[in-house]
Design a protein around this ligand. Sequence first.
Ligand code: SAM
Length: 287
Amino acid sequence: IEPRLLGPAQIRDLAQRLGVRPTKTLGQNFVHDANTVRRIVADAGIGPDDVVLEVGPGLGSLTLALLTEARRVVTVEIDPVLADQLPRTIAEYAPDHAERVDVVTADAMTVTVADLPAAPTALVANLPYNVAVPVLLHLLAELPTLRTALVMVQMEVAERLAAGPGGRTYGIPSVKARYFGTVSRAGSVGRSVFWPVPKVESGLVRIERHPRVDRPSAERTTVFAVIDAAFGQRRKTLRAALAGWAGGPVEAERRLRAAGIDPTARGETLDIDDYLRLAAVEGSGPG
Ligand code: SAM
């Protein structure tokens, strides 16, 4: 029997039974619309071999929909009340699929592969909004088996994550996301499908990982340090903005020129490949 999906009545009932009062601190806005979760699962492009990681399963709306496609769904939920309830919800709404769901009670900001029962191949999540970017970047760095991610975040964050060089929305999240893969927008989601109704629209972002991640993690440390420095003072020229990182403007200029980058350019005009070249210039590594 296919899993049954949660609508407004079921969400209300579950929340009432649990005495759940959604908290803003944990970004708790639960989807109560079956079409929305169906669409997210379809867009995620997951197949029967995929082990999906879902951060913040909440009351289980997306988890149930994921079970229709994925081999296994590994969920990570920080709220122990919701984590405790999830197996019961799955038993009730998807009794034939319960053994394919794992519930890990943990903070996704610090979770490691050792905390998970299986190595996930895809991340699909309606992320807690206040920590969406750090959680996403942490998981991409920590879990190299993730080949794809489809995440729902607030619209402004979706725009920032998927922005390319040159614009005002292009910033640290955009470049760092591009370190891991190809980033694109995958549509928007209205406010009315959530309980409680959030103040802003949501957007879906897709990341297809490129092979670059097999590079050593020391490289990432260096590249991310350059990116942080370049955008830390985004109105300054790179020569000035990177002076602290390089140990002076003269050395910053030397490294920029060695990487073929105009020292008077600004950080927001560079793409991830420029940052990679800059970080690879001799003398740029950590320590
Ligand atoms: N997936 C559910 C849905 O779509 O209805 C709930 C999504 S809700 C936007 C975010 C969920 O993430 C909540 O269940 C919240 O408790 C959980 N959460 C918040 N911070 C977390 C963290 N650091 N690690 C893991 N889960 C977290």
